[in-house]
Design a protein around this ligand. Sequence first.
Ligand code: PHE
Length: 338
Amino acid sequence: MQDKINRIKKEVSDIKVATQAELEDFRLKYLSKKGSLNGLFDEFKNVANEQKKEVGQRLNELKVLLSNTYERFKGEMESRQTTETGNDLTRSGESIAIGSRHPISIVRNEICDIFARIGFTVAEGPEMEDDWHVFSALNFPPEHPARDMQDTFFIAQQPDILLRTHTSSVQVRVMETTKPPIRMIMPGRVFRNEVISARSHCIFHQVEGLYVAEKVSFADLKQTLMFFAREMFGEKTQIRLRPSFFPFTEPSAEMDVSCTCNGKGCNLCKHTGWLEIMGCGMIDPNVLESNGINSEKHSGFAFGMGIERIAMLRFGTKDIRMYFENDVRFLKQFSAAI
Ligand code: PHE
């Protein structure tokens, strides 16, 4: 028994542990239930009584030696891992909070998904634009109020460089580079020189739609928008087109969707039963021609909607400013809506 104890002592003094697996081997060999130490304690029962005191002491010394050695190896390994990598790999990980998508992105993606289902692809254009793409190519007369400094953020004049006031500028860029048939939607950020209030902001987002092909009619426009409204707001949604005016569409309309109060009247729809969500119309032949598209052969429609407006209706938000304040208490509420 003494011999065995001495042999193990000697063995242990020669051992070097370099890996986690070797550390575990050490533990299994000496300290586990079936390890040498337990084996010796089992044998201890057979030691003659007069030797018990002496052997017991040696055995306890071995026990202390083995567990101290094990702890030392373990500590060395941990500090080696820390210094080699600069990180303590044995520490438990800290969970990283995952953010959520911004509600405007959620609604934008939803709008894009709906139109993707009926064959629309996505295009984007620059936020900083020239007069041609925002106004001239879209038939805006020189005296149109949108061209005023009061309404639009100009960056430079002559040539006029400005922050786009609508995504309709991307229609022009698409028509410049794409031959009909064109079926595209164009999401993006737009800028207007407006007083910031609960209902309007100087920055907001729009999604523009453009369809140019042969024999495109107002019925196609109406059917497309009806499909969109029902996908977005539910299958019972009704739409209403009211005559309106935009320089680049003829005829032009504003589209309303039926309010969820079913016409009973509520604060949201101001007791009218209808909510305005977008402008639309048949593209003016002048606009097609000035973008190199033969208006005898092709016709088309366009529409443009404000994403904030749709998000406010969807989420019941009363103040548009909340979308720009980045208050996490507000944003967190949308983490389930991705
Ligand atoms: N650009 C218009 C706006 O910002 C919306 C619109 C787009 C109207 C396309 C008709 C066709 O108000």
